[in-house]
Structure formats: C-alpha cells, structure tokens
Design a protein around this ligand. Structure first.
Ligand code: S3P
Length: 429
C-alpha cells in the first residue's frame, strides 16, 4: 500500500499536544506491573510498541486496563508474576525486548522472546553479555531473537562500563542489578536518557549517580504511584523541523518532555542558528514545557559522537534540516543508527537523495550538502522500509518537495505515533 504525501504550499500553523512519551510509557508500564497496588498513568502512549509491553505483562498475570487517556495497572511484585507459557512477542520494539530481558532475568520459569523481522536483526549481545556476567542464562540465535532466559537462583552485582552509549542496555542492567545479591556500579561512556532512573525514584527506588557512574543497591520496596507523562520530544521533533524548513510556518507544541538527555536536537538546531522558544517550563520529575517555532534560515554544523546519544532518534530529522541549511553539515560518531529499526544511515541517505538531496553516507554518519531544493520530478515513491521514524521524517520532507511524492508502507507510523497524519492535517494550512 502506498500513500500520497502532502506538499505544504502555505506552511504549517497552529497548536498541538503530541502523544505521551514512548520511552517513559514503556518504563512506567514495567514498573507499575512489578509494584504491588494500583499505578495510574495518564497521557501514556497508546501505540504499537507500548502494546507489546502491556501484552507481555498481561501474559504474566498483571491486570492492566486502558482507556483513551489512562492506564490502570494492578501490579504484582516481581516474584508474583505468572509463567506466561507462551513466547513473549516483542513485535518491533527494541525497548520492550532489552528492558524486559533485564527485568525478567531472574524469574523462576523460562521466558522466551520473539519479534518481527526488523527486531530479529537487531543486536542483543550488548545486553545478554553483561547479564551473563551477573550469572544469568540467556540463549539467542547468534546474538539475535528468538531468545530464551533460563531460570537461575541468584545474580551477582557487577562493575561494568557499557561499550556503547545505550539507555536500553543501561536500563536492563539497572533492573537486573536491583535483583542481585550485591551492589553494582554501571558506567556509561556518554550520558544517555535517564528516564529509568527518574521513574524508579517515583516508585520509591533511589539510585546514586556520580558523574557517569550509577550505583545500584539491590532493593525491592517499590511503591505504586500516579504519573502524568509529558508529550514525547521525539514526536514533537517532527513538527519542530517541519516548521523550521517549511516557509510561512508557526507552531506551538504543548507540554513536551524537555529532559536534557533527550533534547540534543534543540541544542543542535540552536547551533544551526534556530530560535526555538520554551514557555511554561516546569521542572517536575521530568522537565516539561511548550515549544514555539517558526520557519527560519539555518546553517551547517559539525556533529560528533558526544552530540549523538541525546539526539539519537532525531538524527534523521537533523539530516533533513541540514539539506535546507546554508553550507555543509558533517555528522560522525553515529554508527548506532545502523542498528535501529532500519540501517538509518543507509535508508535516510538513499530516500532523501531520491528527492534530490545531496547526502554522502559515511561509515558512522553523513555529509550533507545544504540548500538543495527537494523535488520528486513527476512522481516518486519512497520506501519506509518498515521504519516508523523514517516514514515520518520522509512525510516531513514531502512538505517541501515539489512533484508527487508517495510513501510505501506508511502504516508503520502506528508503531509510535498513531495520530501523526491527523495532527498533520490539523496543522497544514
Ligand atoms: C530508547 C533508547 C534508545 C532509542 C530508542 C528508545 C529507550 O535506544 O534509540 O528509540 O527507551 O531506552 P538505545 O539506548 O539502544 O540507543
């Protein structure tokens, strides 16, 4: 199935609330499910990836009810989960897979994980290896799904420096370390999103951090809580870049999560000369606020490995912005993009170049030549490769592309932002 994408001749205008944060929704479901009592999560993300996490816990006996805006979880403690007796299907969700491996590593029954074709190609050894060092027993298909956790009676604490900056691996290790018989020290090479640490403290579990090292003392006194999640910065990012590059645009994005470990794109766009206004800033358990943005001229910048973790999911959008900026943008140290839902270095380069962009693929990033008008000649069909973020970035690119642009497999957007096309319809003038 292919869908024709919109050209925004008159810009984008208006105000929207983006859906709840995906990373926080996963973690809140997990922590609510292993905490005795009722946890209530409002403004959660009701989308494909999060349903995989919900279903996994339902199979383990947790009662979860979902209304349009609220999830109510009747949690059990970790040692009260039921044997699911079927493989847990992780669908497309890397976050569900890796975090649940750490959380469920010491269950008294076997846990089997399966996933879709894309997820089954993504690397797992980065999480299974340190878990095995702690005493876990996990088998994979040469480092990929399907995977099986075999019960072990105890886990040891670990002192471990992550070889890649990954919040998924860090979170899995924190979850396992809480269940170990001795304390752990987990070090990250560059700070990654800290939603696990912040949400744990909402559930009564406080971790100590010194610089890039997190100390985890084993504990299990989780307390049920009520959480209102901020909008997903990664969803807001599509509209931020859309407004910046589409002439005559002005947007207000309400109640967006502004955790600095997630807002690297704001800092990179600022370096490119963008002015984005933050209003109604609140420093809650997760910082949040409104973002106001208009069309602007940008210039090229150099981006390196230290900039990547806080902008990891937004780099495809940064590349798109760079195609319209003055001068050249060089992005390096972003090799992690090769193991996302698609090889995003290859897929972003190939698809944007189909629209006339001038992007050269580097082993670990991109060289983007700016000020390239995008055009689809008479008609062009883009391929989302089953990658939700690529599909949305290409839809944003189409807003400034002359000629007919079609997108194959646009429905993958349901994985993280089911109301994306409805929101676009509301904003397009
Ligand atoms: C996520 C962490 C990131 C990110 C993913 C969500 C999370 O992955 O790309 O979309 O919720 O922890 P890595 O930590 O593996 O880079």
């Amino acid at each position: 199935m292919k869908q024709e994408l919109n050209f925004a001749a008159h810009g984008l205008n208006g105000q929207i609330n983006v859906p709840g944060d995906k990373s926080m929704t996963h973690r809140a479901i997990m922590l609510g499910s292993i905490t005795p009592g009722k946890t209530q999560i409002t403004h959660y993300l009701a989308a494909g990836d999060c349903w995989e996490t919900i279903l996994a816990f339902k199979h383990m006996g947790v009662n979860i009810t979902a209304t349009t805006n609220t999830l109510t979880i009747d949690g059990r403690s970790l040692n009260q989960l039921k044997n699911p007796r079927i493989s847990l299907n992780m669908g497309n969700s890397g976050t569900s897979t890796r975090l649940l491996m750490g959380l469920l590593v010491k269950q008294p029954f076997e846990i089997n994980f399966v996933g879709d074709a894309s997820l089954s190609q993504r690397p797992l050894l980065r999480v299974t290896k340190p878990l095995e060092l702690m005493g876990a027993k996990i088998s994979t298909q040469k480092g990929h799904l399907p995977a099986k956790i075999t019960p072990v009676s105890q886990l040891n604490g670990i002192q471990y420096r992550l070889p890649v900056a990954s919040a998924q691996v860090k979170s899995a290790l924190i979850f396992a370390a809480l269940q170990a018989k001795s304390p752990s020290l987990i070090e990250e090479p560059i700070a990654t999103r800290d939603h696990t640490e912040r949400l744990l403290s909402q559930f009564g579990i406080n971790l100590k951090r010194q610089g890039t090292i997190i100390e985890v003392i084993p504990q299990n006194q989780f307390q049920a809580t009520k959480l209102n999640l901020p909008g997903d910065f990664s969803a807001a990012a599509f509209w931020l870049v859309a407004a910046l590059i589409t002439p005559k645009s002005h947007l207000i994005l309400k109640d967006v999560g502004l955790n600095p470990t997630r807002t690297g794109l704001l800092r990179l766009l600022k370096r490119m000369g963008a002015k984005i206004i933050i209003k109604n800033y609140q420093n809650d358990y997760e910082p949040r606020g409104d973002l106001e943005v208009s069309s602007q001229c940008l210039h090229g910048i150099d981006v390196n490995a230290y900039d990547i973790p806080a902008a990891i999911d937004e780099i495809p959008l940064l590349v798109l912005a760079a195609t319209q900026a003055k001068g050249v943008t060089k992005i390096t140290g972003a090799q992690e993009l090769r193991v996302k839902e698609s090889d995003r270095i290859a897929s972003v380069t190939r698809e944007l170049n189909q629209l006339g962009a001038k992007i050269t693929e580097l082993p670990d990033g991109f060289l983007v030549y700016g000020q390239t008008p995008l055009h689809g000649n008479d008609s062009v069909t883009l391929n989302s490769e089953g990658d939700h973020r690529l599909a949305m970035m290409l839809t944003v690119a189409a807003l400034i592309t002359k000629g007919k642009v079609f997108l194959k497999n646009a429905s993958v957007i349901e994985i993280s932002y089911p109301s994306f096309f409805r929101d676009l319809k509301q904003l397009i003038v």
